[in-house]
Write a new protein. Sequence first.
Length: 264
Amino acid sequence: MRKPIIVGNWKMNLDHLEATYCVQKLAWLLRDAHFDYSSCDVAVMPPFTSIRSVEVLVEADRLKIQYGAQTVSVTSQGAFTGDVSADMLAALGCKYVIVGHSERRKYHPEDDATLVDQVRAILAAGMQPILCVGESYDERKQGIELEYAVGQVNDITRDLSEEEAANMLVAYEPVWAIGTGMVATSKTAQDAAHAIRQHFATVFSAKVADSVRILYGGSVNSSNASQLMSQARDMDGFLVGGSSLDPEEFDKIVRLTQKAAKQR
Ligand code: 13P
């Protein structure tokens, strides 16, 4: 059985003071609701400058909330102005790093070769990559959305070992659904998650396919999380953008997702 996970991608929001408030409030809300972390993971992905504050809070209050980063350098150290290495993130207690988010692919020169190197750097530092894939509206119109998303997964993972592949998480985030309010239907999310899982079974093994957690991202909120989760059996949770910035809304999404996952 895969453990569901709800990840909040804060993008370029919440400075280190706001981050502390947000995580503390989320932790209190979940504690008051007797949230069972043993059956569901909860993680936040702050901007680099807020990670240390989250780490200090998590350690001081022994919180079970996990955290990670939104991207990483492909190199380990040296003259790379502005970059942050995987080892630096691991030293801050990061558990996950997002790779290939569509906003990174759009605004930065992150091609497939870069993404493969990022995945290797993250795994080598003992963290787990959350690989983002998903079609734009154009590919969907052409009816090639599944081939497109699975192709992106293949481009990044094909040279990994079985052990490395088993440590991946994949987030299916159709570009047209990100920040638009146009959430995918549960069938769309399930079809994509199923195709991605099948791909891992074909290229690696049934064991790898069974262990990779596949998330959906794109306009998830507390009004659509339950329905999405209860209908899409290959989906193991969400990568939430805007709705993760409000601790009360994120708390609702987390608890509704956990409940829906239990009831499937
Ligand atoms: P929204 O939830 O704001 O649509 O963003 C999704 C996303 O990009 C998460 O990585």
